[in-house]
Design a protein around this ligand. Sequence first.
Ligand code: FAD
Length: 348
Amino acid sequence: MTTIDTLIVGQGLAGSLLAWALQRRGQRVLVLDDGHRSAASTVAAGLLNPITGQRLVKGPEVDECLPAAQGCYRELERELQRPLFHPLPIWRLFQGERECQAWEKRRADPAYQDYLGAPLPLMDSPAAPLGGFVQRHSGYLDTRALLAGMRERLQAMGCWRQEAVDYRQIVPGAQGVVYRDLSAKRLIFCEGWQARHNPWFADLPLAPSRGTILTLHSDAPWPSVILNQGRWLMPRGGGEYRLGASYDRERLEAAPDSEEIAALRQQLLRWFPAAPDYRITAVESAVRPNTRDKRPLLGVHPQYPGLGVFNGFGSRGSLLIPWHAERMAERLCDGLPLPEGVDIRRYG
Ligand SMILES: Cc1cc2nc3c(=O)[nH]c(=O)nc-3n(C[C@H](O)[C@H](O)[C@H](O)COP(=O)(O)OP(=O)(O)OC[C@H]3O[C@@H](n4cnc5c(N)ncnc54)[C@H](O)[C@@H]3O)c2cc1C
């Protein structure tokens, strides 16, 4: 038997950052991952966007989560010796009158002023006849670089194993949890949308959605900022761009299809009507671990306190996970209560 403090199932963004938060508190951690078979984190664009939707809402969690995310990624850049977070403004192009009115209202609100930059001039593009504005405190996280760096680090410490965890072999007891040759004080599930097969937390209100993203190469002089008009175009340097994303709640297991690809390409034509010159280098789909109330799912099992869950970060993992990983680590190591709105006990 190998004895550890915390066994983590899943090394997506959630499992990686929870492992990081626990190790910094001196915990002995072991992370098991099935080779990212179902990972959202390896496909995600990693956009960090504090103002969302056509109503331009800044959620109540943003003021805490944004500095936590920026600080966490800066620290991990030093630890893993690679760039991870790329600050970039977003040009929000109004989708219609409603968004335009929301902008007028928000710009007068002191809580929003730091996030909303200058108005964009009216553009020639037929896609943006109403103009738009520059959004600040945004950018993208290179999620693949973070996952690869974290895996290398954990492997070097002997704290990572490639394994598809079989739920039937998990044995929770009074003193902790046994899984095959491993004995741990606790086991935390971070399996993203695959949690819907988890018999220990069968009632979690997951509402997963599949998304498709294109990776493009173009030498055209496209803007070096993130364009966002419902769909978005994100420059990654060296002529590489990512274009996304579709949203599908029904066909979760489906491969990317020609309709999704055509709809994304159509958006590009609307922005750059003069037949843009580009080639598609990758088409990828994955499933977001959304929840019905759009809040994350953190907590421990009501009967087996050695089992816990850290999941439900939906479409906003890059922004939400670092702050919530700290709260989960405080709960597990110091017994502090979880913030009410994210504790799974809200479901009885
Ligand atoms: C198309 C798309 C675009 C997105 N864009 C953005 C964006 O721009 N900004 C943003 O913040 N978020 C975005 N997201 C959401 C983001 O990807 C998620 O919030 C985040 O990655 C969730 O991380 P996770 O670790 O919870 O889940 P995952 O990344 O899915 O990780 C779960 C891991 O557990 C493994 N696993 C599952 N079951 C087992 C098992 N039984 N045994 C072992 N391992 C197992 C999986 O293979 C995977 O490696 C996007 C998602 C998609 C799909």
